[in-house]
Design a binder for this molecule. Structure first.
Ligand code: COA
Length: 380
């Protein structure tokens, strides 16, 4: 078994599907920026049972590097335990005894849904960098097709964080009759200059890796793919996901065990970032990172709708907004802005955390309380 990272960490047809289910649309799927995908597959997982009148369905939408495995153990097909495992389950904040919960892998992703590591039927090799530009609205358009297929006309709730929160907003604006409750966590109405800046530097790191090879690295041997570029991108992203105070408190100027930074060794925080970079490179795809980063940079609920204020004013769902107190990437002012511009929003809930943007994962109990209250709301 090679210890070297694979050229791609993508799930590929022939791999163990684990708990994934699939919907394939064998017809062109039109894209916002023009053109289309000749066909599209969406991978998803479900928990709980859909009520006969389909009134108990909850859609959970993952962030940049998440996937459909929101709950459940690690095992064949799933390298890790679900990213919201404690939150989704029997008696959990998203209670699967009561709700039918659906979590799809996003369009452009690398865990079963069509993305740059997929090979279109009429092609000999994966899309790579030829994968067409896709937007948050395209991601939602594919999720709408999944809802149709599942027989869910109107979601009891749509819940998402970060890039998932972008999709919640697009659902609530573009498909307002299909969303009763929207839970929007750690996001804003449009990408900010700093978010674009962080994403663009990460994208440059991947493209600057000679092993990226213009996006055609899928046949490369383990260790010969763009894992260094992807790992650097993840490191930059990870710094932005945590708070300055937390890094200072956790790592300070500590040396990595057994290493002497003054003599070529690493500080502990350097080792930490390298660890997280390499971990991602083993389960993710560099081209997906590019495609989704670009989609996030284009995030703007006001595009073609007369601006964000006009767009947000059309929302009819019962909206709950939450943010992390120390989030420097999606700071609270962005959630306050959403709260002011969405007529159906209740007061912004602030989760106290030192963990920055990652608070949505670290503070699972506090975030879970916000979600369970939102799903119990009778205002919808
Ligand atoms: N050197 C190397 N590795 C180190 C280290 C060091 N000095 N210090 C800690 N680690 C490793 C630990 O061994 C542990 O490994 P494991 O995950 O294999 O068990 C890991 O770092 C723990 O990470 P940490 O960030 O400390 O955990 P946390 O509980 O604070 O946060 C997560 C948990 C899931 C939020 C975090 O690990 C993570 O993955 N963050 C990124 C998630 C993400 O994508 N967020 C943004 C989405 S937009």
């Amino acid at each position: 078994v090679s210890e070297r990272p694979p050229a791609t960490g993508a799930w590929r047809p022939g791999d163990d599907p684990g708990s994934r289910q699939f919907l394939t649309l064998d017809e062109p799927f039109a894209l916002e920026a023009g053109g289309n995908l000749p066909s599209a597959t969406i991978a998803y997982e479900t928990w709980g049972t859909l009520a006969p009148d389909a009134s108990n369905a909850v859609l959970v939408l993952h962030a940049l590097t998440g996937d459909s495995h929101a709950a459940g153990p690690a095992g064949p097909g799933h390298g890790d335990v679900g990213w919201w495992d404690g939150t989704i389950g029997p008696g959990g904040a998203i209670d699967t005894d009561r709700f039918f919960v659906v979590c799809p892998n996003v369009l452009g992703g690398c865990q079963g849904t069509t993305g740059p590591s997929s090979t279109a039927a009429d092609r000999a090799r994966p899309w790579g960098a030829r994968f067409p530009r896709t937007t948050i609205r395209d991601q939602v358009a594919l999720e709408v097709r999944l809802a149709d297929e599942l027989g869910v006309g109107r979601w009891h709730g749509v819940v998402g964080v970060s890039m998932g929160g972008m999709r919640v907003l697009e659902w609530a604006i573009g498909h307002r009759e299909r969303v009763a409750r929207a839970v929007v966590i750690s996001v804003g109405a449009q990408a900010t200059a700093e978010q674009i800046a962080f994403c663009s530097v990460q994208m440059r790191a991947i493209r600057a890796d000679p092993c990226w090879q213009g996006g055609d690295y899928y046949d490369a041997a383990p260790g010969d793919g763009p894992h260094v570029g992807l790992s650097i991108a993840r490191g930059v992203g990870h710094i932005s996901y945590r708070s300055e105070l937390e890094l200072a408190a956790r790592f300070g100027r500590d040396h990595q065990a057994g290493e002497e930074p003054f003599d070529g060794g690493r500080y502990a925080v350097e080792s930490y970032l390298e660890y997280h970079g390499e971990k991602l490179a083993r389960r993710f795809d560099a081209n997906t990172y590019l495609v989704l980063s670009e989609a996030m940079n284009h995030h703007d609920v006001g595009r073609g709708r007369g601006g964000i204020a006009t767009a947000l004013a059309t929302i009819t769902a019962d909206v709950t907004i939450a943010g992390m107190s120390s989030d420097r990437l999606y700071p609270l002012r962005l959630q306050q802005e959403l709260g002011e511009l969405i007529p159906t929003a209740s007061a912004v809930e602030v989760v106290q955390t030192i963990s920055g943007h990652d608070g949505f994962l670290v503070e699972a109990d506090a975030v879970g309380r916000v979600i369970s209250r939102a799903l119990a709301s009778e205002r919808a």
